[in-house]
Ligand binder design. Sequence first.
Ligand SMILES: C[S@@+](CC[C@H](N)C(=O)[O-])C[C@H]1O[C@@H](n2cnc3c(N)ncnc32)[C@H](O)[C@@H]1O
Length: 434
Amino acid sequence: MADLAETFRSATRIKKWSATIVANAVSTYALDTVATAAGVLLVASGQLSGIGIHAAAIVLGASYVLWACGLSSSLAANWRLLEMTGTSSSILSKLAYDLTGRRTMRVGIRRFLSAAGYVVFELAKETPYYIGAFGLALASDAVSGEEALVFLAGANAGAAAYEYGLGWSTRVLLQKAVSYTSFENAWSPAEYLADYYSAVEVDEQHTIAFFAEAAQRIPAGESVLVFGVGPTLHHVFPITTQVSEIHLGDYLRCNLDEISRWVEQDEGAHDWKPFVSYTLQCEGMADPTWEDILHRERLTRARITTLLEVDIRNDRPLADAQRLYTTVLSAYCADSATADLEEWQLYMRRIIELVRPGGTLLVAALGKTHSYLVGGRAFPSPMLGAADMERMLRNCFPEGALTIRTVHVPECAQHGYSSIILAAGHRRRPTSDK
Ligand SMILES: C[S@@+](CC[C@H](N)C(=O)[O-])C[C@H]1O[C@@H](n2cnc3c(N)ncnc32)[C@H](O)[C@@H]1O
């Protein structure tokens, strides 16, 4: 599985670099064509002929302001492109993005260096115009210094329009890409496992530790529902010892099939041992042995009794199996299934309604992002902040029984997010129960 994961990662890296190299070549050619044509047209139009060298220099200065405005539009789009797809129309910008990401530097620094790479490359593209325009002015009488400056001003105006157009079209394309990525057509459990679960990454270190701590307070000996479990088991291990039965629900059959493979100990099943080991450490076992890990795996397999096909878009997400649970855990599901905040609120209400009054809800969500990447494709997320989570949970969970934590995980920027929100709440009992 580790080899397969590495193969997937290498193939994804090659795809992203190939796309960047092609985009870089096309955009260099297009920019050259537009800028040269604009420069030649401005000179040929004669609109500025005879304005004198000083006025031409002022026009050139103004054209740089225009160029900077266009550049700021394409820079913003380039960052979004890098975050959502890991590709860019500038080789240097992608190089800076990849190198800083590998050293897990802060997002702000990564953004600054990617932008610097982009700008340096755009400036380098200006050089031929200067050599061409001034070379011609010096070497021949056919082109005057004034004409050379007017040509450069025109080329800058063309470049500004090009950069603005590039930024706009990139944003439109990305918006379309997000709305077109659907779980039904584009979700691959193998790619998800390869991208996110080859090792215990920082976001999962925090999530598992949070669930392991919260699990100590959930009522013992009852059934638990893990809603939107995906093809994963890492959030199940922390709750296994507390509960009598584990019911796992997901929208996609292919995800549940991946779980079945693990339960049945198929040869191709994902290896969750590093996650079991980490869970045991969170529970206080300093150095879990192989036998400790196998024991938790055996217990988990024995307690998984039901796999459910669920759909959060339905009023009754569990369909015929609709019922209440004493504990419901839902990690990166409602927030990873829509980009719309109101839709997320509706989905969360449906998940909360599955929790018996007095029961416990454990939730994890991506923070402040429009999307996250699986296999290079962007899946939606509604830009959640901790305040959204608090507003959502406050009504059903009394203040003292609600924990909400935002954790910054800049190391995860390559997946499309840099923070996560973890929440645990014990649902209010009806007044008569108290
Ligand atoms: C990002 S994955 C999270 C999986 C897992 N909980 C984890 O932490 O790795 C999002 C999950 O939401 C599920 N999902 C998407 N649309 C859904 C829907 N309409 N109803 C229920 N689950 C859905 C997907 O099948 C997928 O498994």
